[in-house]
Design a protein around this ligand. Sequence first.
Ligand code: MRU
Length: 346
Amino acid sequence: MKLMTIAWRRNKIRIIDQTKLPAKLAYRDIGDLGALWQAIRKMQVRGAPALGAAAALGAYLGVKDVKAKTFPEFKKRLDECVAFIGSSRPTARNLFWGLERMQKEALKNKDKSIPALKKILFAEALKIISEDQIACRRIGKIGSRLIKKGDSIMTVCNAGVLATIDYGTALGVIYRAEKQGKRVKVYACETRPLLQGARLTVWELMRKGVDVTLNCDNMAAALMAQGKVDKVIAGADRIAANGDTANKIGTYSLAVLAQHHKIPFYIAAPLSTFDISIKSGKGIPIEQRAREEVTSARRVKVFNPAFDVTPHQLITAIITDKGIIRPPYIRNIKKLISNDKLKMSK
Ligand code: MRU
């Protein structure tokens, strides 16, 4: 059965509840914004591109039954929903990108009737979903050019089907390489404390018949030292104008290790993850999570950021849906993004 991480079903947002995996593949239908906020915060739905889609559908969910008579009334309600959804998790650029797209689409159509506006916003949210499906396949196709037959690839967290709509970014590259018969081997870092690697990446790779080996996070260096890793590919939550990349905590450690062992380190992400309004990683907001995720001991102080920033100097290349970006990043990121804007405006 084909997995869809997020979909619109019977007037509700249907998600796979990822907190139940791998024990159970359970779906959850979300019919109000409070429940969506909780589902995002509790990471029942997670991963940057999936959050973009969930946020956009959430914005529609929040306005679909509104009784507004004028555009300002309607827009006020939309903005309230956007602010509320935006307060759920701070790091993934895609979440805000999805919300901003909904706001822009409303403004662009402010002369339309309220029922027409609602239809337009619904269509925009569905477009975000289908664009992600296309973008991930493009990342897979473009990124698979970097993969050689029999490569051993290390990854972290989950940047697969479950972090997108139905294909993945980092894992999209792996799925495409597999389809090309390259028979790759994957090392999945378990990804403490919430184990997205052990629970989600291993589950989805095994389901698709990819050769995967699970390793604890602190085993990555030993694997690299033994020559068992040819490449590292990770996803991204937000990429600054200079290429500094926020991704799941532990990604930075892998990049440092990869440099030491002279192993290429790649980031795979759609253009919707880039935030060129932020100059460097220092400006990326990093989510701090609850102490209970790390320990049940009450008396110890806990450090639990959900993400870290990998400096661009450690990134060999960034695989996007519009091409591979190599250093110098400031110039090449700007060039790719402005070329894309130009093409879109034609
Ligand atoms: O806290 P999470 O599980 O939402 O973190 C997800 C990641 O760090 C992913 O690597 C990132 O969002 C890219 S997903 C294609």
